[in-house]
Design a protein around this ligand. Structure first.
Ligand code: PLP
Length: 384
């Protein structure tokens, strides 16, 4: 079935998710087979070994490429495995620019593993285009940005960075995890590669880990297929099925996440115990215009500060509907203490340079009733 001229919600249900040619099954079958019968010496039916390719994974990759408008997609075991595959294309002596305020797991990977391969990593405030241009060296090969960033919701102008990078022959990759392909299309804005932790909104139910890279050129396809086959961190067929199932309701879920996110942000924006609310969907946010320009919505991630670590602890102990847990993008609302969860793996000094204090709490707003969520926050803030 061709889905090329279809609108987004139709793509989400049908791209890559056509009936099984063998049985007519409406859902993509889970091909739990590590190996496939060969038809002769050096010939097969399209698959020979699941690390190189699996029919269930193929369908997920087809769906992801369609949702991001890419030429190919490649599914990995986790978001971190996808970022590892992304930087596997770099060589000793290459220079990598990365957004300063990123998921700390990315910093851990870059500083403790990737830098050991002789790749130079530089963290830059990519929300400042002049700083990006100034950081470029002759050896710069890739600019990796996270927008909105985790947890401070700092935006980077994707089109602006792409323009600067392309003028110098440098590629741009975007971690699009926080908004999902429904609310932001980095490739259409000029980026070269999109990265996702499918663990979050794409799966949407907090029941599986996964990651993906979506490329925009035949070279990306060749390169990422090689990394899948050679390094082997591929998503399992069952996890692929869970993401395929999640994708069918992604536009619908995002609509509710988004509506709830706006309501919760408005409530928090006037609460006396809430400081430094980071949510680009408020007109008072300095990056509101950029959010409107490059995003199709504001998403449902936000963070704020209470006065101390102890106050954050009282808040997290008092929530009843929100769960105190790491991760994001699932149907359930989560709250997390940034300094000891997502950013627990970097030093206090690095956290301070990022602007993450001991009082910062990140919220992932789920799809429950928004009035219940606000009532829960209200009673928990009363305990602070
Ligand atoms: C923005 C972002 N990118 C990447 C990752 C890593 O994804 P995973 O946990 O699937 O490895 C995370 C995880 O929280 C994230 O928030």
């Amino acid at each position: 079935m061709s889905t090329s001229p279809c609108k987004y919600s139709t793509l989400a249900v049908h791209a890559g998710q056509y009936p099984d040619p063998l049985t007519g099954a409406v859902n993509v079958p889970v091909y739990l087979s590590s190996t496939f019968e060969l038809t002769g010496i050096g010939t097969d039916r399209g698959w020979d070994y699941s690390r190189a390719g699996n029919p269930t994974r193929d369908r997920l990759e087809e769906a992801l490429a369609a949702l991001e408008g890419g030429t190919s997609a490649h599914a990995f075991t986790t978001g971190m495995a996808a970022i590892s595959a992304l930087v596997a294309m770099l060589r000793a002596g290459d220079h990598l620019i990365c957004s300063k305020d990123v998921y700390a797991g990315t910093v851990r990977l870059f500083d403790r593993i990737v830098s050991g391969y002789g790749i130079e990593i530089e963290y830059v405030d990519t929300s400042n285009l002049e700083a990006v241009a100034a950081a470029i060296r002759p050896s710069t090969k890739l600019i990796h940005i996270e927008t909105p960033s985790n947890p401070l919701m700092v935006l980077t102008d994707i089109a602006g960075v792409s323009q600067i990078a392309h003028a110098r022959g440098i590629e741009v990759s975007v971690d699009n995890t926080f908004l999902s392909p429904v609310l932001q299309s980095p490739l259409a804005l000029g980026a070269d590669i999109v990265m996702h932790s499918t663990t979050k909104y794409l799966n949407g139910h907090s029941d599986g880990l996964g990651g993906a890279l979506i490329g925009s050129t035949p070279e990306h396809k060749e390169r990422f297929l090689l990394v899948q086959k050679a390094a082997g961190g591929v998503m399992s067929p069952f996890e692929c099925f869970l993401v395929l199932r999640g994708i069918k309701t992604l536009p619908l879920r995002i609509k509710q996440h988004e509506e709830n996110g706006r309501a919760v942000a408005e409530f928090l924006s006037t609460h006396p115990k809430v400081n430094k609310l980071a949510y680009p969907g408020l007109k008072s946010n300095p990056q509101y215009d950029l959010a409107v320009k490059q995003q199709k919505g504001f998403g449902s991630m936000m963070s704020f500060e209470v006065e101390s670590r102890e106050a954050a602890g009282r808040f997290l102990a008092a929530i009843k509907i929100f769960l105190s847990a790491e991760s994001l993008g699932g149907v359930e609302s989560l709250a997390s203490h940034s300094a000891t969860t997502t950013h627990g793996s970097v030093s206090e000094e690095v956290r301070a340079s990022m602007g993450i204090t001991q009082g910062r709490i990140r919220l992932s707003i789920g799809i429950e009733d928004k009035e219940d969520l606000i009532a829960d926050l209200e009673q928990a803030l009363a305990a602070v």
